[in-house]
Design a binder for this molecule. Structure first.
Ligand code: SF4
Length: 384
């Protein structure tokens, strides 16, 4: 059992974090889906209230950095108006990642209604506001992209008419019809809180409880089926994907997870023109779906000129980084600038996925990455 002596301090949009470059706000985006109107509000807020960019997090949420001391109140007002802050009390509890492109391409089931139903049930229950900010819910349509991300509670489609409940990556043995699966996941979240109270714990994650999987499963009358933990998914293929309806989804990598003002401008224009949405992913990419074939090249070109990458062989596909200087006072280096320089000059220190970090905390490090850790006199590779 991992012992915690305090609640987690994950930032939210109202409960902001004071960083070295100003207030940092994190906006939860259950399932990663944003309407055209929401894209417009977020882009405007990034430019007018923050440092001009939206950051994608490893849980498919969004961050605004460099907010002035009085900006969070205005940001909260805008987010509330756009439906991005349905409950202030639940703001840090709404951590839901879902299969990318679900309902558009691949998968056994369209999980978008399931995500909406789960989120609505979450914010309707005052008790679930107590979920820690680190508590993660995954909703996988069967393609296996998000179940491996280590969700505390997970729904995983095993057939078009059956969804399995996972607890900390272990099959609980419980199944539900798609229409009822959100209820099962909500019950699992409540069971986690009840078990945490029974153990006198302040655990942030289900696996931190003593026999968390077994204890929560018993509360739900489940029988865990231990097996290999699923591997983390790799995210959608970069480039153009044909949807089942004949339209096209474009998937672009966002270097260092920063959607800068030019890219936001293109996303606002495209979604407004088509009345469409976008999906942000836990792999720091963004999906622009529902494009008629004749628009694909123009949109891809505009986004490419704005900094997005559509080539899976690009070195950017291998590089992630924490905030570093100047955003984080703990950092020993401006890791983002150094990583960008290494990409531009073809001098990345290792082949394959690598995470550049300014200190040993290695924030945002994806599983399986090699560490490129800033030290006093440069960088240490593969530091343990
Ligand atoms: S890894 Fe260290 S330097 Fe980087 S953001 Fe986290 S605390 Fe800051």
């Amino acid at each position: 059992m991992t012992t915690r002596d305090r609640s987690d301090a994950c930032p939210g949009a109202v409960q902001t974090h004071r960083a070295a470059d100003g207030q940092l706000a994190r906006v939860r985006v259950p399932g990663g889906l944003l309407s055209a109107a929401q894209v417009q509000v977020l882009a405007g807020s990034a430019v007018e209230l923050a440092d001009g960019a939206l950051e994608l997090t490893s849980r498919g949420n969004l961050q605004l950095r460099g907010l002035a001391p009085d900006a969070p109140a205005e940001l909260a007002r805008r987010l509330f108006g756009a439906g991005l802050l349905p409950s202030e009390a639940h703001e840090t509890a709404r951590n839901v990642v879902a299969s990318v492109l679900s309902g558009r391409s691949g998968g056994l089931l369209d999980v978008r209604p399931l995500v909406r139903a789960f989120d609505a049930g979450l914010v309707a229950d005052p008790a679930l506001a107590e979920l820690p900010g680190r508590f993660l819910v995954t909703v996988d349509d069967g393609r296996g992209d998000v179940t491996g991300l280590g969700g505390d509670v997970g729904l995983h489609a095993v057939a078009a008419d059956a969804v399995a409940l996972t607890l900390a990556g272990t099959d609980s043995g419980l199944r539900a019809a798609p229409a009822d699966a959100h209820t099962l996941a909500l019950d699992a979240a409540r069971a986690f809180l009840a078990e945490r109270t029974a153990q006198g714990s302040q655990a942030w994650r289900l696996a931190e409880l003593t026999d968390g999987v077994g204890a929560v499963a018993v509360r739900l009358a489940g029988h865990p089926v231990p097996g290999d933990r699923p591997a983390p998914g790799t995210g959608p293929v970069v480039g153009a994907t044909e949807q089942v309806d004949g339209l096209v989804a474009l998937v672009g990598l966002v270097p260092l997870g920063r959607l800068t003002a030019p890219a936001l401008d293109v996303l606002v224009q495209v979604t407004a023109a088509l009345g469409s949405e976008i999906q942000v992913t836990p792999w720091r990419s963004v999906v622009v779906p529902d494009l008629p074939d004749e628009f694909v090249d123009d949109v891809a070109t505009a986004l490419h000129h704005a900094g997005l990458v559509f080539d899976a062989a690009s070195p950017w596909a291998q590089v992630t980084a924490c905030a570093g200087l100047p955003g984080c006072a703990k950092s020993r280096a401006d890791v983002r600038a150094d990583a960008a320089h290494a990409v531009a000059t073809g001098t990345l220190p290792v082949a394959g996925p690598q995470h550049w970090a300014g200190c040993e905390r290695r924030c945002g490090r994806p599983a399986g990455s090699t560490d490129v850790l800033a030290v006093e006199d440069g960088y240490r590779i593969g530091a343990g």
